[in-house]
Design a protein around this ligand. Structure first.
Ligand SMILES: Nc1ncnc2c1ncn2[C@@H]1O[C@H](COP(=O)(O)OP(=O)(O)OP(=O)(O)O)[C@@H](O)[C@H]1O
Ligand SMILES: [Mg+2]
Length: 275
């Protein structure tokens, strides 16, 4: 299990509704418009974690904005909350897209962030942002989000391939809802709050599908290790399942949901470089 200090710090700051003194440093924001969650992370110019805020939302589906106004309202609200807490206006932001989406969808994501009075200095792809947080130079980052399985393959610090397929936590909820004959929100609640072991058996086919997606893309390539991030990787035993199917050593990260959002903030270029 990977315990990244900055990610753990960010998680605690969000839970405690707290922030770190930024001593007049320029601040940079990462905006992650996910299928399940919208997350804003603030770092200083040395990429130290300062604060974060998040809200569950259904305004983006697999990198496509399906509720433009809703997305803007949530990002504006989270931005205002952070600005009030930090007593500072937040200006520069970076946002992210799942790999391989249509350029028009990329524009829609940047438009949402710009409509919230941010200057967008960078747009990165999600698994590459996660690699930035974990400082991984070789291997495959696999982002298991609410809607998709995103893969980014790195060699000597360079991204040599990125892929994205629609299988995520939402698909686990469909399986749980079908099994217990309950609605999707109940299934989500059960998945997150109940004993992982009971749920694991029910969602195992979804995890196997995710691992097969990863195997297909990585087949024939030299891959040192797989690093799982994203909210839907929060299952004990997921590493073994991925290892069995892909034949590649697999690790997962603590507070996996925050790894990509922190990387997005770190990739923001800020005012000095971004303009
Ligand atoms: N403790 C947990 N156990 C199992 N699943 C979890 C847990 N916490 C969050 N999830 C799941 O993780 C998913 C959200 O993860 P994340 O925030 O990384 O996705 P996203 O970025 O919104 O989606 P995407 O990247 O696909 O657009 C949801 O499906 C949620 O149910
Ligand atoms: Mg995501």
């Amino acid at each position: 299990m990977i315990s990244n200090k900055e990610v753990l710090k960010l998680s605690k700051l969000i839970k405690d509704d707290n922030f770190v003194d930024y001593k007049n440093s320029e601040l940079k924001v990462g905006v992650d418009l996910g299928t399940a969650n919208i997350v804003l992370v603030v770092v200083d110019e040395k990429n130290r974690v300062i604060a974060g805020a998040m809200k569950s939302a259904k305004v983006v589906r697999d990198g496509i904005v399906v509720d433009y106004i809703g997305a803007i309202n949530i990002v504006k609200d989270l931005k205002r909350k952070l600005e009030d807490k930090l007593e500072k206006e937040l200006i520069y932001a970076s946002c992210a897209i799942p790999p391989g989406i249509d350029p028009r969808s990329t524009k829609a994501i940047a438009n949402v962030v710009e409509s919230c009075d941010f200057i967008v200095t960078n747009i990165v792809d999600e698994p590459t942002a996660a690699a930035e947080t974990l400082k991984i130079k070789d291997g495959a980052i696999v982002d298991l989000g609410g809607g998709t399985t995103g893969i980014s393959l790195l060699k000597n610090g360079e991204v040599i391939g990125t892929w994205d397929e629609p299988t995520g936590g939402h698909h686990m909820n469909l399986t749980i809802a079908g099994y217990y004959n309950i609605d999707l929100s109940k299934a989500e609640e059960l998945k997150i709050n109940s004993n992982n072991k009971d749920i694991f058996t029910i969602i195992k086919p979804v995890l196997e599908k995710m691992a097969s997606i990863v195997k297909n893309y990585l087949d024939g390539k030299e891959v040192d290790a797989i690093y799982l991030v994203g909210g839907a990787s929060n299952f004990d035993g997921i590493e073994d399942l991925f290892e069995k199917i892909t034949g590649i050593k697999t690790f997962r990260s603590k507070e996996a949901l925050l790894v990509t959002p922190l990387g997005i903030a770190k990739s923001c270029l800020g005012g000095k470089n971004g303009q």
